[in-house]
Ligand binder design. Structure first.
Ligand SMILES: [Zn+2]
Length: 826
């Protein structure tokens, strides 16, 4: 039996050795030496092991001092080798953990599952900078050769970054290889909440991650992290990925006291005119002088490409008006940029790089989810969510809020502009609220028709295929109006509020500002369970939210007349007659150039609806070709300016003859006055008018004929499919042709004016990229579809849900959907 003295001596020696290990760690010259120390310290006390981790992070990997929780997490994965989930706020530095952990294990490989390509690229670059790290990002576009597979198996790379599709597909055979399995030391899932949100819908491969776990074996610790893990999401995500319910769970504070929270209502009936967003331009002018560079870096999230384009156009117009003369349209395009799934990869990179610069020319970015999750833009001051976020999910909203003020020491604000129907305390019944948790669970779990995302993502990318990083470009206002019994009607505001309350009481409370907004969000995220040491002091009430301090509410009046709309002129007016004839001429020009295309093309696919409307409204003021040119925005119009001016004069003289009251020179209003036409006048010029209306009704018949195949009748379906193919191929031909011929040499090839979205786009300079994204093809088309008499609910394509349920979509949609399907696939 050993004496007490010898035990004490032994302990002292151990402590000395241990202390030496930490000391040694601080005097190492490379991560290789740290890896050796990690192996020596396998049986050392916890603090020594953590000391080595800290030394590795501090001396070799990062220029900043690591947070204690980061050290703890890496220790847990490297020494304890057990699963870990970390809930920590955006900007906490969660990625440090999975970036660094594999570098502490000799010959270790870390597998990182990322949700979006953008994040993968970013991580790959960041990891590459770490000493000793060799990272590879594998996505659908990667050339997946045998050599790459071999390199991975042999441990050439320390970090493998991929989406769930690759992990569940191409990567399977590698994951089963025994030599590879031995080397894997950590599997990390970035943005763990997305496993729950997407695994049951648009990206089922997320739900297959538990298979990967089985393949890799039980010895590999898994790590999941997110800033938005409420209880339901956490339960679902852990089940899908095979995390043990008992696995270690670090909860760091998720509050961001440096971000002010503001919820406001979008002015009723102005949702599509975006005037509630005018406040983002308020810093563009200071004491009468233009200061666009003072606009705080702003990201506006809108979940529809069409609305993004419209919104950006509105903001650009206002900015130009506001800074009258000192900036031109080109400058405005530079200041206000768009970023969505149809922005080409090259343009995305150019825009992103420019926006990342501290003195970026881009001050406002209007974007979809492509810029929402996990993207690290450090100095964004203001984030605006316009309308409800995707699927009305609170975690999506919080993630987006988290894009603000990521740089240490800066303050930011997160503004949620919410549709007016959602605000009001009257709801139908509170009883269903009792079921809300169950409903949410089932909503998350069913791959079902309950998920708009699932519906919208109809094409299966296939195992190993790549989903572009914009899978969530879905219209948020795509609300189902299904009512049992097969009848469909629009829900009332009260019913929609009730649904909102049932789906997510926290979101309902947030928009109705029932209590401090921060408290509502933090309760939902179970902030009370977080480590008290990680909590920052709560913000002062005047900097908390617009419930604690109502003065935070924006009150910037819109300076221009809001009644002027871009609707077609009223029927029976001179302007309307002008409009009808002008667009008919445009249709004829387009169709004479593309005789083979059936059903006929509309010119409004190629030129903006607003152009036709404003020319028709202002025709009395336009006296020269130069004056007419001021109204031309689209390339098609500019290409056809000469013929347009000729036709303009013909139409003008016709309208002047027939609507004498509507043509008083110099008055706009006169052109819009309802003209009571005398009976004899109607008789005097019946032929021309009838011709127009006959041509129009012929067209309508034609389109109806083309649409009739959408009936239960099988034969007609086949016929329709055939027509659709023909139509699609003729459109493709036109587009291909247009690509070959330069704009100036072609007067009848309007497709050149379209921003053809191509992955091969060579736009690299920011200026050119802006030009390329200027006219949004889909927005122009949707403009056509949204047009007055047309009942088509909106742009419908493979990526976007309709506003109406499938059953209620009328026959009229089918043909248009063909057009959009083709255009979308370009
Ligand atoms: Zn508050």
């Amino acid at each position: 039996m050993r004496s007490k003295a010898s035990v004490r001596k032994r302990r002292r020696e151990t402590m000395d050795i241990a202390r030496d290990l930490v000391h040694d760690a601080y005097s190492t010259t490379s991560m290789l030496a740290i890896q050796r120390l990690v192996e020596i310290a396998r049986d050392a006390p916890e603090e020594v092991q953590k000391g080595i981790i800290r030394a590795g992070l501090d001396c070799h990997l990062y220029p900043f001092e690591p947070r204690q929780k980061q050290v703890d997490a890496i220790w847990h994965l490297v020494f304890k080798k057990e699963d870990l989930i970390l809930a920590a706020k955006t900007s906490f530095g969660k990625s440090v953990i999975f970036q660094a952990a594999p570098l502490f294990c000799r010959d270790g490989i870390g597998l990182i599952i990322i949700p979006l390509d953008r994040i993968g690229q970013e991580q790959c670059i960041k990891i590459q900078r770490l000493p000793g790290a060799r990272s590879v990002f594998i996505n659908g576009r990667t050339d997946k050769t045998q050599e790459l597979a071999q390199e991975i198996e042999m441990g050439v790379y320390t970090h493998l970054i991929m989406g769930p599709e690759i992990a569940a597909g191409w990567f399977r055979s590698i994951a089963s290889s025994p030599t590879f399995k031995k080397r894997v030391c950590i599997v990390a899932i970035d943005e763990l909440h997305l496993v729950a949100l997407w695994g049951s819908g648009i990206r089922p491969q997320y739900a297959q991650l538990s298979l990967l776990r089985r393949r890799l074996g039980g010895g590999v610790p898994w790590f999941g992290c997110s800033a938005t893990l409420d209880r339901t999401t956490l339960d679902t995500a852990t089940k899908m990925t095979g995390f043990q319910a008992s696995c270690e769970f670090f909860r760091s504070s998720v509050d961001r006291p440096e971000i002010k929270l503001i919820v406001e209502m979008i002015q009723p009936r102005t949702t599509k005119r975006f005037i509630s967003l005018f406040f983002v331009l308020q810093d563009a002018i200071t004491n009468g002088s233009p200061t666009p560079e003072r606009i705080p870096k702003t990201v506006i999230f809108i979940d529809s490409r069409r609305d993004i384009q419209k919104c950006a156009e509105c903001l650009r117009d206002w900015l130009q008006k506001l800074l009258a003369g000192s900036v031109d349209a080109h400058d405005c395009k530079q200041i206000i940029q768009v970023y969505h799934s149809h922005t080409t990869p090259n343009d995305k990179n150019a825009i992103y790089d420019q926006f990342s610069k501290p003195d970026s020319k881009i001050r406002i970015m209007v974007a979809t989810e492509s810029l929402g999750t996990g993207v690290d833009l450090s100095d964004v001051i203001r984030v605006v969510q316009y309308g409800f976020p995707l699927e009305r999910l609170l975690c999506v909203l919080i993630q987006r809020f988290g894009r603000a003020a990521r740089m240490t020491g800066i303050k930011g604000e997160a503004i949620f502009l919410v549709e007016s129907w959602a605000i009001g305390d009257r709801i139908s019944s509170t009883r269903p609220a009792l079921q809300s948790r169950t409903q949410m669970l089932s909503c998350l779990r069913q791959p079902s028709d309950t998920s708009q995302l699932a519906q919208s993502y109809s094409t299966d990318p296939g195992v190993g295929g790549d989903i572009p990083d914009d899978e969530s470009d879905v219209a948020v206002d795509a609300i189902k109006y299904d009512i049992p019994g097969g009848q469909h009607r629009r829900k009332t505001g009260r019913e929609r509020r009730t649904d909102l309350y049932n789906d997510c009481p926290a979101l309902f409370n947030l928009v109705n500002r029932s209590a401090c907004l921060r408290r509502i969000l933090m309760d939902w995220l179970q902030e009370s369970l977080s480590d008290p040491a990680s909590r920052l002091p709560a913000p002062q009430p005047h900097e908390c939210c617009n419930v604690c301090n109502p003065d935070l509410t924006r009150a910037v009046p819109f300076p221009w007349d809001t009644t002027a709309s871009l609707r077609k002129p009223q029927a029976g007016t001179a302007s309307r007659a002008f409009y009808d004839r002008l667009t008919l001429w445009g249709d004829n020009v387009v169709n004479s150039a593309h005789r083979m295309v059936k059903p006929e093309l509309s010119v409004r696919l190629l030129a903006q609806k607003e152009e036709w409307i404003s020319i028709s409204r202002e025709y009395t003021n336009i006296r020269s070709a130069a004056e007419l040119e001021k109204f031309m925005k689209s390339a098609w119009m500019k290409d056809h300016s000469h013929e347009l001016f000729e036709e303009f004069n013909k139409i003008k003289s016709y309208v002047v003859r027939n609507w004498p009251g509507g043509c008083t020179p110099g008055t706009t209003a006169a052109a819009q006055v309802l003209i009571r036409r005398a009976p004899f006048e109607r008789q005097a010029h019946p032929t021309a008018e009838r011709q127009v209306s006959q041509q129009r009704s012929r067209k309508r018949r034609l389109s109806i004929e083309a649409e009739t195949p959408i009936t239960p009748d099988q034969e007609r379906r086949v016929l329709f499919a055939h027509e659709r193919e023909e139509y699609a191929s003729s459109l493709e031909r036109i587009i291909a042709q247009a690509r070959e011929v330069p704009a100036s040499s072609s007067s009848y090839l309007p497709t050149l004016s379209m921003p053809i979205v191509s992955v091969n786009s060579s736009f690299t300079s920011i200026g050119r990229s802006m030009i390329s994204t200027d006219v949004d093809y889909s927005s122009t088309i949707s403009g056509v579809l949204e047009d007055g008499e047309n009942e088509v609910p909106g742009i419908i394509n493979s990526n976007q849900a309709s506003k109406r349920p499938a059953l209620s979509r009328g026959k009229g949609v089918a043909t248009k959907r063909v057009v959009l399907g083709v255009l979308d696939s370009i």
